[in-house]
Design a protein around this ligand. Structure first.
Ligand code: HPA
Ligand SMILES: [Zn+2]
Length: 345
């Protein structure tokens, strides 16, 4: 257990920004800024239903997950070529590096693109090339996690997996995202079992808007290694004990939760409650272009609103390395860098 030296509250925001961290919950299509949406639309001769960047940004007023997803899928329609996918991911990596993100595991939604006639290799090759360059040029290590859209059928998830398997060496795992309520994890039991046999890492969104039962099912039916969001778990004490005992990480996204009205206010967020119950919670941006903040915005705004401490900050960053899918020596090296950052602050 690393004890953080005394740090004054005024210096905490700087430390939050400076500390090395991993991002484990970022939908790369959710990093498409309105400016890039317009630039790609122009490059690909696509007419958008908004006259300019400002009017598109004004449409980013959400009441729940579905109201966001409708506009998020529409924004992704400007992605056509491999270079478009590269440019989107590159812009994210540059922004992440500025926030001292040293490792990122990126979700992507291939079905959003293959349904529009874009080839699977166009999507994966563009994103993968950006991951390779992020390491070489920005010092950010990166990996891809293919997400199945849960509002579609399990059969369609199997077809997507088949299309992606020729590129198996370019992604490390699978996840489950999109509309949660009404689409429980059990719907994808067989395809996740197949992915497990293939040696892929498994994660799933659960307990963002959906009930604790969905978190249980993600753990016990899908056998996931991490839960994305999971903030509804606090409603079930037995689930909280299970998550703490098994060190199942929750990839929490505070600004997303605020913008999608999961919590009425950032000050009401339960991140502190999760950490104090011994859960391996992490902080992440989810869809930063839509929710008004990248990693450091999430850290700084959440700490300011909830009064979390420097010890919580250390724990969140340490959890992000522990919960990542990098090897043990890399985890140790990142954790050492983190401890040095706190020790010299
Ligand atoms: O927060 C989210 N939840 C579910 N699906 C998503 N797809 C992008 N972001 C999200
Ligand atoms: Zn998400």
């Amino acid at each position: 257990m690393f004890t953080v030296p005394p740090i004054s509250p005024e210096r905490l925001p700087e430390l939050l920004r400076l500390m090395p961290k991993a991002e484990l919950h970022i939908h790369i299509e959710g990093s498409l800024e309105p400016e890039l949406i317009f630039a790609l639309a122009q490059r690909n001769k696509i007419t958008l239903p908004y006259p300019d960047v400002e009017s598109l940004r004004r449409a980013y007023a959400f009441t729940n997950l579905q109201s966001f997803l409708d506009i998020y899928y529409a924004g992704a329609s400007v992605l056509i070529t491999e270079q478009d996918f590269y440019d989107m991911a590159r812009a994210y990596f540059v922004r992440a590096a500025a926030d001292n993100v040293v490792h990122a595991e990126l979700f992507f939604d291939p079905q959003t693109h293959t349904a529009r006639g874009i080839a699977m290799e166009t999507v994966i090759n563009g994103l993968h090339r950006a991951c390779v360059d992020a390491k070489a040029e920005l010092g950010v290590s990166a990996a891809l996690i293919l997400c199945f859209l849960r509002h579609l059928s399990e059969e369609e998830a199997f077809e997507t997996l088949e299309q992606a398997l020729p590129l198996r060496d370019k992604f490390i795992g699978v996840g489950l995202d999109s509309s949660e309520v009404g689409h429980p994890p059990e719907k994808f039991a067989r395809v996740f079992a197949r992915c497990r046999e293939l040696g892929l890492h498994l994660v799933a969104h659960a307990g963002e808007e959906g009930p604790p039962a969905y978190v249980w099912a993600a753990l016990d039916v899908l056998k996931v290694e991490r839960i994305d969001h999971g903030v509804q778990s606090v409603k079930d004490p037995a689930l909280m004990r299970r998550l703490a005992q098994d060190r199942i990480a929750l990839t929490v996204c505070p600004l997303s939760n605020q913008k999608l009205c999961v919590f009425p206010d950032l000050a009401d967020h339960n991140l502190g409650q999760l950490l104090d119950a011994g859960l391996a919670a992490t902080v992440n941006s989810d869809d930063p272009a839509y929710f008004g903040g990248y990693m450091n915005d999430n850290f700084v705004q959440t700490f300011a609103a909830t009064g979390l401490t420097a010890q919580h900050a250390y724990q969140l960053a340490a959890n992000s390395f522990e919960a990542s899918f990098i090897d043990e020596p890399a985890k140790r090296a990142f954790t050492e860098r983190l401890q040095n950052c706190f020790a010299t602050s």
